[in-house]
Design a protein around this ligand. Structure first.
Ligand SMILES: [Zn+2]
Length: 163
């Protein structure tokens, strides 16, 4: 089990909690001393992800987590926020109560959440996830975000003036 901060393998378990489907383990990295959480499935819930090329693979929480960590690198995003994003997505996937889910759908759920959390992380993830054909389409996305921010700022101002 790799530390998400320093990638070292050695860690100790400081807390273990079991729910119906998962074992949640709070771990402390022996190398850097930081803490992180891992989840293990008790029973295979067997959620399969259909990838873009049509192949299927088992849903992997850790993989989703490391994707977000990469997108949030050097951003002021606490680990807890990342964990709760993954929790939220996993819960939403379970409420779908399907045995298979499109990787596209997971990407959408993730982008919706990243957009709220951190603009830069969102654009980073979107640029990988959507595989922007070229830099122009990435620039358009960034422009769209800027305009959204601008709009939000203007709306706040209008609210202030109305008061
Ligand atoms: Zn570490």
């Amino acid at each position: 089990m790799q530390c998400p901060y320093c990638a070292k393998e050695q860690n100790k378990v400081i807390d273990t909690r079991e729910s119906d489907v998962t074992i949640r383990r709070r771990r402390e990295c022996i190398s850097c001393g930081r803490r992180f959480t891992t989840y293990e499935r008790i029973a295979q819930t067997g959620l399969m992800v259909i990838k873009q090329d049509g192949r299927r693979e088992a849903f992997d929480r850790q993989k989703l987590m490391s994707g977000i960590i990469k997108a949030c690198a050097k951003r002021p995003v606490p680990m807890q926020a990342i964990e709760s994003i993954v929790d939220g997505i996993e819960m939403e996937l379970h409420t779908l109560a399907k045995s298979e889910v499109d990787s596209q759908r997971i990407g959408q759920l993730l982008m919706e959440r990243l957009r709220v959390l951190d603009d830069v992380a969102y654009v980073r993830f979107a640029s990988v996830y959507r595989r922007f054909a070229d830099l122009d389409s990435l620039a358009i996305e960034i422009q769209r975000l800027k305009e959204k921010k601008q709009r939000e700022a203007e709306e706040r101002l209008q609210v202030k003036m109305a008061i």
